[in-house]
Design a binder for this molecule. Structure first.
Ligand code: URA
Length: 448
């Protein structure tokens, strides 16, 4: 029998915790036998003093064991590997809606448990809920049936899926204990490993719109996530990707879904399309365990074909229909769910000359989205699915005289439009049109 305060004291004094101590603490917290204040104290001691790889692995295992674990042995018996992609989140980060159908089109199963928006970054579950009828929060039985019948579904964390993480994450969010590599590793990987995956691709973002700003911190987190996955027998690789500008040309919910539908139908933003193809190709290589020469290039070509043939779009529609979406709403002539009751207001630069976008304070745009109603100030807040930022100019692009930097899609009765417009304009730094800007690579590195 352990005393919680003695375990907290040990971590406070920079000692390593044993497997039994960690399991006792996590199990007792999940069961409501250790109060929030003691868990918060331990979390803070971990933030300050860290955990070694062994302690992190014990924390991860204890979190996984706190709830239900998926079991895809029926799929494996049919020779179907299970894969997923997880992103640490960013502004306009919408690739899940494209990657899931690409991977299903490639013969893989994708049981994607996604998240809601967090701070200034958006979440897949909120985006999907903008589609009329879409059930993005199925119970575990529904989710299982969907995966077994169509090999792909979008879900959300339930009270029985890694409940220790659900409870701990909510506590960390309000006690300044999010920023810790061992805690983040255990949190993210417990949910992904409880999905019973054969392979996983991680998109670890860095830059002004990411929750980790520096590429060094992102690299450290990526390595920790990859190590934890490998220790659990899952094939994992992580991309370090740039979040110094929003991904694509829109950020919000319905407007991001529209951007994804455009890409799935052969148009859309190039950066979003390219990142989706690269991440999906890597997940496919790991899923199919293709170790032959040029496996990634071949997988990338297959992904491009799944897009150009329309197969990935068909898969998206099949999955959306399975999850209750009203397909008539996705018909492009029906824009009711996208922008009814809203107005697109141009954000103009101060300068009246032709200019070029030098940089974008992406975090500022993420915070602006919260002000507009697209994000949450508190966990229990509802989000407005229709508001957002659209037709956004990208870094390096020319702004002609009087051309908007982006449009804010606001509710027609929004009384803060002027302030929102000037805040949005301030997020863009411009330079003379003749100065060239070297584009930053979308993927800075792969961590294996
Ligand atoms: N996302 C998670 O799921 N957990 C963390 O700790 C941070 C980001």
């Amino acid at each position: 029998m352990f005393l919680p305060q003695e375990i907290i004291r040990k971590k406070r004094d920079k000692f390593n915790l044993s497997k039994d101590e960690i399991h006792f603490f996590v199990n007792s917290f999940a069961a409501g036998k250790i109060p929030d204040y003691q868990m918060a104290a331990l979390a803070m001691a971990i933030v300050l003093n860290g955990m070694n790889d062994e302690e992190t692995a014990h924390l991860l295992t204890a979190m996984i064991q706190s709830g239900e674990r998926m079991d895809w042995s029926p799929l494996r018996k049919r020779g179907i590997p299970c894969v997923d992609k997880h992103s640490t989140g960013g502004v306009g980060d919408k690739t899940s809606l494209i990657i899931l159908p690409l991977l299903v089109a490639d013969g893989l199963a994708v049981p994607m448990v996604a998240g809601r928006g967090l701070g200034h970054t958006g979440g897949t579950v909120d985006k999907l809920e903008s589609i009329p009828g879409f059930m993005a929060q199925p119970n575990s039985e529904q989710f299982k049936n969907w995966i077994l019948s169509r090999r792909g579904a979008f879900g959300a964390q339930t009270d029985s899926f890694v409940p220790a993480d659900k409870k701990l994450y909510a506590l960390r969010d309000v006690t300044a204990t999010v920023e810790s590599i061992p805690l983040i590793t255990a949190s993210i990987m417990s949910k992904k490993l409880a999905e019973d995956l054969d392979a996983l691709v991680l998109d670890v973002k860095f830059g002004s719109g990411a929750f980790l700003q520096s590429s060094d911190a992102a690299r450290q987190l990526a390595q920790s996530l990859v190590n934890a996955g490998k220790m659990a027998g899952c094939r994992v690789e992580a991309a370090l990707t740039n979040m110094d500008e929003p991904l694509g040309r829109s950020a919000g919910h319905a407007c991001e879904v529209v951007e994804c539908l455009d890409i799935l139908q052969g148009a859309g933003a190039l950066d979003t399309k390219e990142l989706s193809l690269q991440l999906a190709a890597r997940a496919a290589v790991l899923g199919h365990q293709d170790t032959t020469l040029n496996a990634h290039e071949r997988a990338y070509t297959r992904m491009k074909n799944h897009l150009s043939s329309g197969r990935a779009y068909e898969v998206f529609l099949e999955i959306a229909e399975q999850q209750g979406a009203h397909l008539s709403a996705l018909d492009r002539s029906n824009t009711e769910w996208i922008d009814s009751g809203t107005i697109d207001i141009p954000v103009l630069p101060d300068s009246k000359e032709k200019m070029r976008v030098k940089s974008i304070d992406t975090r500022a745009l993420g915070l602006l989205l919260i002000e507009m109603g697209a994000g949450r100030k508190r966990k229990e807040d509802a989000v407005d699915h229709k508001v957002g930022i659209v037709q956004l100019k990208k870094v390096g692009e020319i702004i002609e005289a009087n051309e908007p930097l982006c449009f804010l899609r606001l509710r027609k009765n929004d009384t803060h439009a002027d302030k929102l417009q000037s805040d949005a304009a301030r997020a863009f730094s411009l330079i003379g049109a003749d100065t060239r800007i070297e584009p930053k690579p979308l993927i800075a590195d792969w961590i294996k």
